[in-house]
Design a protein around this ligand. Structure first.
Ligand code: GDP
Ligand code: IMO
Ligand code: MG
Length: 429
């Protein structure tokens, strides 16, 4: 099936886990290309639910190599817990590998994340407090003692590096952030305790991929978060600290753009967002509440209620361009079964002008007003539909219209959380 990127087109939680699991049936390798355990990817198979945070969503397929890519930040303690949970659920993790170049989230990164959020006061981002921003910060700071997965192979080196990092962090905690300092023991001991469990999985990710590709493998690249949480293209500063967009798949894997055959953009049939930041189509009212309850819109990672609103096709159109999406995987269409009409945002209005794309200047974006088109609802359950023709005419019209508005055909429709509750369309390729 060639090499495919699965990328979120909105603000995360679009159903990337479900789509990756589904497409992994035809892949040889699945690479998670960025982010850390800020992600929560849900896979439901035969009524059994698995929540993945670090492990690629191809893990349910025996024989598929699952690689955590260079662009990720990895909390070794969380990873070991996740491996244990999977194994306890009868899922083998024998095919899981970690690229040595992935940076580690250390306990002081988590404390830093909490302390920085506190210091931001009313303008806090609403991070997942998993240490993501501080870990990427250390990576880009290029300190000689930044810690990568490779360092799990050498406990003395890991301890020395952690000690050097901790000295700087403790100065920050006590002098700038009004936070408690940490001891080297509390930072290093838990990591050293789990390191031996991970060493056999640490590989030169790039070379492993080259060998697989040379042998004819198809690679699926799984993004985390979503396009509008991207550090460059998202709603800065209310974003994550990595690049969820499709191009990052190449940056993380060590491949040129020509290596990608297909980009599948995953979008919900409406919009959600967790944490602070602009949200043009937000419905902080009974419509939003209905969407939240029907879609179980509570964070997979933090349990926070997600903010909910109507589908924003300006967001989809822009995200489709940013990612070069060939097709859209439209998830959670069944959540809209309840509405008699379904508004979709077709454009933004700003100072009397009509905008087709999300403006990148955040001062403009916060002043944009949505222009809605009301589409008829279908008001019947669609969870049992398995083909395009099974869908009610109004649901088909909704899907077709949003494909037109996004300038990208819909290749997959999700009508329920289970792997089986999926309709595949010709545009998926
Ligand atoms: P991800 O972070 O993009 O992988 O998405 P999450 O797993 O955080 O959130 C998506 C949620 O929607 C999960 O609870 C999924 O099980 C669920 N889901 C995915 N696709 C569908 C769908 O088509 N219909 C319904 N009802 N639920 C879905
Ligand atoms: P998946 O992969 C939704 C949001 C946080 C916060 C911002 C920054 O499941 O789609 P961070 O902890 O990354 O510094 O938080 O990004 N965020 C997500 N929102 N889904 C995610 O991942 C997210 N990962 C981070 O809520 O607003
Ligand atoms: Mg999620």
């Amino acid at each position: 099936m060639g090499n495919t990127v699965v990328v979120g087109l909105q603000w995360g939680d679009e159903g990337k886990g479900k789509v990756t699991d589904l497409l992994a049936q035809r892949a040889d390798v699945v690479v998670r290309y960025q982010g850390g355990n800020n992600a929560g990817h849900t896979v439901v198979v035969g009524g059994r639910t698995l929540k993945l945070h670090l492990v690629p969503s191809g893990i349910l397929h025996p024989g598929v190599l699952c690689l955590m890519g260079d662009g990720m930040v990895v909390d070794p303690l969380v990873l070991c817990r996740e491996i244990d949970e999977l194994e306890a659920n009868g899922v083998s993790t024998g095919q899981l590998r970690i690229s040595g170049n992935a940076h580690l989230i250390m306990p002081y990164h988590i404390r830093m994340d909490e302390a920085q959020e506190r210091a931001r006061g009313a303008s806090k981002i609403g991070t997942t407090q998993r240490g993501i921003g501080p870990a990427y910060c250390d990576k880009t700071a290029r300190l000689p003692h930044s810690i990568r997965a490779w360092d799990l192979l050498d406990s003395q080196r890991l301890t020395e590096r952690a000690a050097a990092q901790l000295e700087l962090k403790n100065r920050c905690f006590t002098h700038l952030l009004d936070a408690e300092p940490m001891t080297l023991e509390e930072v290093v001991e838990p990591i050293l305790a789990v390191a031996p469990r991970l060493t056999d999985r640490i590989v030169d990710g790039r070379t492993v991929l080259y060998e697989r590709l040379d042998a004819g493998a198809s690679v699926l690249f799984e993004g985390a978060q979503g396009t509008f949480l991207d550090l460059n293209h998202g709603t800065y500063p209310y974003v994550t600290s990595s690049h969820p967009i499709a191009a990052e798949a190449c940056v993380s894997a060590g491949l040129g753009p020509g290596a990608i055959d297909r980009v599948i953009g995953v979008a919900k049939a409406y919009t959600t967002r967790v944490g602070a930041g602009v949200f043009v189509t937000e419905q902080d009212n009974e419509y939003g509440n209905t969407i939240r309850e029907r879609g179980h819109e509570y964070g997979t990672t933090t349990g926070r209620p997600r903010r909910c609103g109507w589908l924003d096709c300006v967001v989809l159109r822009t995200a489709a361009r940013i990612n070069g999406a060939h097709a859209i995987a439209l998830t959670l269409l069944d959540v809209l079964d309840a509405f008699d009409t379904v508004p979709v945002c077709v454009a933004y209005e700003l100072d009397g002008r009509t905008l087709e794309y999300v403006p990148s200047n955040q001062d403009d974006l916060v002043r944009c007003r949505p222009v809605y088109e009301e589409l008829p609802g279908w008001q019947q359950p669609i969870g049992g539909c398995r083909t395009w023709d099974d869908l009610p005419a109004a649901a088909r019209a909704y899907v077709e219209r949003l494909g037109q508005l996004a300038g990208t055909p819909v290749g997959l429709v999700g009508v329920g959380a289970d792997r089986e509750q999926t309709i595949i369309l010709p545009a998926l390729g």
